[in-house]
Design a protein around this ligand. Sequence first.
Ligand code: C2E
Ligand code: MG
Ligand code: MG
Ligand code: MG
Length: 280
Amino acid sequence: QAKDDGGGKHRQFMPALHSNAQERLKLEASLRTAIGKEEMELHFQPVVNARSENVVSFEALLRWNSKDHGPVSPAKFIPLAEDTRLIVPIGEWVLREACRHAMAWPEDIKVAVNVSGEQLLDPRFAQTVVRALGDAALPAHRLEIEVTESVFLRDGRTARQTLEEVLALGCSIALDDFGTGYSSLGYLRTLRFSTIKVDRSFVQGAAQGSQESLAIINAVVAMAQSLEMSTTAEGVEDAAQAALVRDMGCTKIQGYYFGRPMGALEARSLVVKRRNTAAA
Ligand code: C2E
Ligand code: MG
Ligand code: MG
Ligand code: MG
C-alpha cells in the first residue's frame, strides 16, 4: 500500500497515523467526563474457597459504556487512564463504589479492588482509602487491594510505602497476575501479601498439560504456603480446571466456571441466596 511514487506515499501514510492519534485524543476526552456522565459501572466477579466452593469475596471490575464510543474494553481504557493519570480520580470512584456495594453483602465477604501503580505514587492514596471505607462504614479488613508486579517498576520504594500504609489501616493486599510481570521475589519478602493470584495463562497451560505451567503453579503454591499466603487460581473455566487447581493446593478459585463478572444486584442476590440455602 505504501509502495507508491514519492509524494503519494506520504499522502497515504500520514492520514492513518493522524487519525489514530485523533481517535486516542477523542477517547481521552470522553474518558475525562465518563464518571460525571455516569458511564462507568462496577461489575463483580465471585472468588470461591477451593474446597467448600463458598463465595469468599468479589473482585470489582470496571466497565465503561461510553455514549460516544460504545462499550470500551478495560484492556484499552485502563492503560489510557494510567498514561493520562486519569486513573487517580477514576480509581477513587472505584474504591468508593466498591466499598458502598460491599456493605450490602454478608459481613464475611470481602471486596477486592484493582489499583494501578500511578495511584500508589499519589501521596493521598491511603487517605482516599480511609475516606472510602469511612463513608461506606465498611471495616478495613473487608477491603483487599490488588496490585500487579508492575507497580514496583517505576518507583518501587514509594509504591511499597503506600502499600504499608494500606496494610496499617487493616486492609489486605493481593499480588495479581503473578508470574507474568517483571518478577523479583524481593517484595514478597518485605511486603505482607495475603494472597498470590496465579495468572490465568498458567491455569490454561496446566489444563492443556503444559509441564512448565504445572511446575510453576506447584512452585507458587509451595512458596505461598511457606510464606503463609493464600493462592487464588484465576481464569478457571470448567470443572476439570477447578479440580486440577484445587488438587494442586490453590486455596481460592476465580473464573467463568464459578461466575462471570456481574452487576451489583446480581452479585448481592448470589450471596444472599447461597446464605439462605445453607441455612435451610
Ligand atoms: P485482572 O485484575 O487480572 O482481572 C481479571 C480479568 O480476567 C477480568 O478482565 C475478568 O473479566 C477476566 N476473567 C475472569 N475470569 C475469567 C475466565 O474464566 N476466563 C477468561 N478468559 N477471563 C476471565 P477485565 O474485566 O476485562 O479486566 C481486565 C484488567 O483490567 C484487570 O485484570 C485489571 O488489571 C484491569 N482493571 C479492571 N478494573 C480495574 C479498576 O477498577 N482499576 C484498575 N486499576 N484496573 C482495573
Ligand atoms: Mg485483579
Ligand atoms: Mg488478574
Ligand atoms: Mg490483569
